[in-house]
Design a protein. Structure first.
Lengths: 670, 371
């Protein structure tokens, strides 16, 4: 465009008022045209957005506006044999954060922690999870809040971006640590679990999956069907109105053969010791109690396990995270002897055949020392006095390959079809096993060790309990954990009632005669208990009895059944490093059996002991945790046991007649 | 002659009626953006407009000579204010863009937009015609533009600096400076722009440009604004979701629904039809402004009128391009619709100036003196 005339060759074009005026007209026209052009461009852009792309943006606006929130289904209950809940739910208030919507995630969480009274440790946990979060998924900050705290957060919402207070349900275990290993615990799904299942429910805040034990085995059954809520939300996540709601369907419950109060009693009676105990119904094979102590409080795991708590549990030499009843392997010691007598009889050894015990047994140039000089021993007395020499001599004579099949037939070294924690099934050795495992010949010394439940023999308390139940009933009972799903007995056991009678008589004498556990005789009219002690060496070179170092003391075992004449309950107790079987394990078994037949009397004994130990396990644990993290960070969220009114109670006290008021310690607990 | 009194009939109703319609429409949109109430935005929007309109009507009575006389002092005062703002900001720590004068919050950089047009119009009106194609036409004008631009850039406020630069350059163009200079400047800018982009801009400004080029790269940060604004406009469709029914604005998805993104708020509720209405009114107002410039008798009035029109246009164009995703996010409000005193004042100064020139035109019909 030539705006300045035609005289281009001149260095300076000719300019006058007229040319400027013309230039202005032309150029203002250009400017006007440019404006018009941009106007048209804007109009067409507008048309493109609002007409051509209308559907796409409408959809995006809707997906902004409407939020489909899954309502976590209420988890199914785990019930004991009387229908009382071992695991239930309780309504609570919860606070979540959505890291994506937070402007200052770390600061807001810190502020939230102050409002909720979280410990520095808990705040750090949440901050870490928030920094690892992906997408719009909310993270649970705290659950089980009381209304005051919930309200305090709700009022401060304008300052707390991305914080979402919710009402929901959380898992509740009325007897806490007593059922920890049996039932396991629940927790939020982690990234791996989510990757495996790809179910959006897993990352819905407030939704928990079973992490361990029965909670894990029956997770799908317990889960239920989530509800859904379509809500209109603001950009900061505040819910403006409910659009529609579909109710959740609670998960179905799981009925166990467990006797809730008994389970609680056994757990509490183990006290300060470390060990496992299993009680089996001799009529059905149903497991009445399956306990491993010390344990953790599964209630404190519901909102995710705090790092400090985890540290404390991991650093405990009593290994509270191990289910000792199913995964703890111990040499069973002399509790093997009743089984061995059955094997010997089935092999043709007469119960009257005697062995002289001079205080030990000479094998080649090695002398196996017995506990005492027992003198002449027949089979029955060998059980009653736990004479090793008798069993060494017999095992040397018949060979261990005769005993091992009976051990297996009675359940030792076997894995049972029981849901929950996977079992470690240990070893019942024989010559073939040793060759396979170590490429070595089976020696006589191996046989002697195995005969008294030492050496290569390793069993878990559940197996020992099954063995006891099978010996007590004479039936090949199959242990079961689900109520009304009794499993058929296995093939008939390879011994006759006459052979069994000899073994029973020996076990009767252990407790009621001059046997090793005479002090643990039941103080009940007309009900007697038969049993067998076991003391298993942990280290070969230590002498028996009390050693200062806890970890090198012997394991203390006791198996028993009662009533002796008409077996109803069979029990196996293992106390790690408890010393003599008669001193640690047998008294526990005695109290448990007493409780089974006379709850009030059993409670009396337990209360006296708990007063010495410093309260119930959950109370002791709370104190221990407080000491571990320091006084400043006492975890106040440990739920109370007393506010589950309306439910059938499952704790040990519930068996005691109602006219007896609860003792002060359990009332004053906050 | 007519029942309408002469002072009323004299007013430029061709522009005033659409403008009042636009402001009223704007207050309806602000009514909705304020959560469905006259408070806090809609009422004050109308009050401000009425107040500035009365001031403008009074100011139209100013004479040409007085306005010409006013140009340099006004420029000097505003530059001084810019320096003061800069100094206060430096003393107080951090950037500051306004001065608190009791109840009045003054943003000098806003004032500079009409004033730069005024001072350049004055400069070129007084420049002897023969000097237009010489350096004497360029260098002083360049300095007049550069000083406030640099001061505003220091604040830092890129949007306003560009608006000042745009006004100044447009005035040079209309003043008849040789076209080759503009082409040369364009070529130079093409070379310098990338360098300035990488070395001259602040990080947040650079990021805005990147995000503009690819909004999805940062859907929750800066891209969020553009994305949400497009969703608001796009979901409006032909006729919109209805008055006070916009979910994007009411549920806070749309950032700044009452200021920079007021057009998106409007488009969500009134749809394409509403958007077209707004565009048509701006076209009417701006074309009236250009016609006032063309009808003017002298160079000063022509340049002043065209410059004021261009200033309004720059606001409209940049704002609408921004909300529709055609330009990066720069904080420039939409004239007569966005809530905010400073922007209303600037735009009413422009409108008032145009009305004043319109009045000059009527009093001294075409063909008189030239300046």
């Amino acid at each position: 465009m030539k705006l300045f005339g035609k005289r281009r060759k001149q260095r300076r074009p000719f300019v006058s008022a007229t040319t400027l005026d013309t230039a202005f007209s032309r150029r203002s026209f250009v400017v006007g045209a440019g404006m018009g052009g941009i106007g048209v461009l804007l109009a067409s852009r507008m048309a493109y957005l609002s007409i051509a792309e209308h559907e796409k943006y409408t959809l995006e606006a809707e997906s902004n506006r409407v939020n489909l929130a899954l309502i976590p289904p209420r988890r199914g209950w785990v019930l004991d044999r009387y229908g009382a809940p071992l695991a239930s739910n309780r309504a609570d208030f919860r606070v979540d954060v959505v890291p994506e919507r937070m402007t200052d995630a770390m600061g807001t969480i810190r502020k939230l922690g102050e409002v909720l009274g979280l410990t520095a440790d808990q705040v750090a946990d949440v901050q870490q999870r928030a920094s690892e979060a992906v997408g719009a998924q909310p993270i649970e900050v705290a659950a089980g809040l009381d209304y005051d705290k919930f309200a305090a957060v709700s009022v401060r919402l304008p300052d707390l971006h991305g914080v979402v207070p919710q009402r929901g349900f959380s898992r509740y275990y009325p007897t806490g640590p007593s059922v920890a290993h049996l039932i396991g615990y629940v927790g939020p799904a982690n990234a791996e679990e989510y990757k495996k299942e790809r179910n959006p429910l897993l990352v819905t805040p407030g939704f928990k999956i079973g992490k361990d034990g029965l909670e894990k085995s029956f997770d799908q059954q317990l889960r239920g069907v989530p509800g859904a809520r379509r809500v209109e939300v603001t950009a900061s996540g505040r819910i403006v109105k409910q659009l529609e709601t579909r109710e959740d369907v609670q998960g179905s419950s799981v009925h166990l053969t467990i006797d809730g109060p008994l389970q609680d009693y056994v757990a509490r009676r183990i006290g300060l010791e470390s060990g496992g105990a299993v009680v089996i119904d001799c009529q059905t094979g149903g497991i009445l109690a399956l306990v491993s102590m010390p344990a953790f409080d599964p209630n404190s795991f519901v909102g995710g396990i705090g790092r400090k708590r985890w540290e404390m549990l991991n650093s405990d030499d009593h290994i509270p995270l191990l289910n000792k009843a199913m995964r703890g392997l111990y040499p069973p010691g002399s509790t093997m002897k009743p089984m061995a007598t059955l094997a010997l009889q089935a092999h043709g050894i007469s119960p009257e055949e005697t062995v002289h015990c001079p205080g030990g047994y000479q094998l080649g140039n090695r002398f196996f020392r017995c506990d005492a000089v027992h003198g002449t021993m027949d089979m029955q007395n060998a059980i009653a006095h736990s004479c090793n020499t008798y069993f060494w001599s017999m095992a040397h004579k018949v060979g261990y390959d005769v005993i091992a099949p009976m051990a297996r037939a009675l359940g030792l070294g076997q894995e049972f079809d029981i849901p929950g924690t996977s079992q470690r099934y240990g070893t019942i050795p024989d010559s073939e096993w040793k060759m396979r495992r170590y490429k070595q010949q089976w020696t006589d010394a191996d046989a002697l060790n195995a005969a008294i439940g030492q050496g290569y023999v390793l069993t878990n308390p559940l197996q020992v309990a099954v063995m006891t139940a099978r010996i007590a009933s004479g039936r090949n009972l199959t242990p079961s954990l689900l109520l009304n799903q009794k499993k058929a007995d296995g093939p008939a056991l390879p011994f006759t009632p006459e052979m069994l009678a000899v073994t029973h008589a020996g076990m009767f004498q252990v407790v009621n005669g001059a046997g090793t556990a005479a002090r643990s005789r039941l103080d009940l009219d007309g009900i007697q208990m038969a049993g067998k002690t076991g003391t298993a060496q942990v280290r070969r070179l230590t002498s028996r009895g009390h050693v200062a170092d806890w970890a090198s003391r012997d394991h203390s075992h006791f198996i028993c059944y009662a009533p002796a004449d008409k077996p109803r309950y069979a029990m196996a107790t293992t106390i790690e490093h408890g010393g003599f079987g008669a001193s640690a394990a047998a008294p526990i078994a005695k109290d448990v059996m007493t409780y089974l037949f006379d709850p009030a009397k059993g409670m009396e004994s337990l209360r006296a002991k708990e007063a010495e130990w410093g309260g119930r396990p959950d109370e002791r644990m709370a104190r221990k945790y407080a000491a571990f993290v320091g006084d400043a960070e006492i975890d106040k969220t440990l739920p109370s046991r007393l506010n589950d009114q309306g439910f059938k109670r499952v704790d040990a006290e519930s068996r005691v007649p109602p006219e007896k008021p609860p003792t002060p310690p359990s009332v004053t607990k906050a | 002659m007519s029942i309408v009194p002469a002072p009323v009939a004299r007013q430029p109703w061709r522009m005033l009626i659409p403008l009042i319609a636009l402001v009223s429409f704007g207050s309806l949109v602000l009514y909705s953006a304020g959560g469905g109430g006259w408070q806090p935005y809609a009422a004050s929007h109308l009050v401000r407009f009425g107040m500035f309109l009365v001031i403008a009507l009074v100011a139209t009575r100013m004479r040409r000579e007085f306005v010409q006389f006013l140009a340099y002092p006004a420029y000097a005062i505003v530059v001084l204010l810019l320096v003061v703002v800069e100094a206060v900001g430096a003393v107080g720590g951090g950037s500051q863009r306004w001065i608190n004068l009791g109840p009045l919050v003054l943003q000098p950089s806003e004032l500079m937009k009409p004033v730069i047009v005024l001072v350049l119009a004055r400069f070129y009106a007084a420049l002897p015609v023969g000097m237009v194609p010489t350096w004497r036409a360029l260098v002083p004008a360049g300095a007049l533009i550069a000083v406030p631009m640099l001061l505003v850039l220091l604040q830092p406020d890129l949007g306003t600096a560009l608006a000042i630069g745009f006004g100044g350059a447009l005035l040079m163009f209309l003043a008849g400076l040789p076209l080759t200079w503009f082409l040369g400047a364009g070529a130079a800018a093409a070379v310098v722009a990338p360098l300035a982009f990488f070395f001259g801009l602040h990080d947040y400004q650079r990021k805005r440009v990147f995000v503009f080029l690819d909004p999805e790269s940062d859907p929750l940060g800066d891209g969020y604004h553009i994305t949400q604004s497009k969703i608001a406009i796009g979901s409006g469709g032909w006729f919109g979701k209805g008055f006070d029914q916009g979910s994007q604005s009411h549920l806070n998805y749309l950032p700044e629904p009452h200021t920079d993104f007021v057009f998106a708020t409007m488009a969500e509720e009134w749809g394409f039809v509403g958007g077209l209405f707004v565009l048509v009114i701006f076209a009417l107002v701006l074309s009236w402004g250009l016609s006032v410039a063309r009808r003017s008798n002298d160079r000063f009035a022509k340049l002043l009128a065209a410059g004021m029109t261009a200033t309004i246009f720059f606001y409209v164009a940049i704002n609408l391009m921004m909300v529709m995703g055609l330009a990066p996010v720069v904080g420039i409000p939409l004239p007569f619709m966005s809530h905010g005193g400073s922007s209303m004042m600037t735009n009413m100064i422009c409108i008032g100036t145009l009305m004043m020139i319109d009045r000059w035109n009527r009093r001294a019909p075409r063909g008189g003196l030239s300046g």
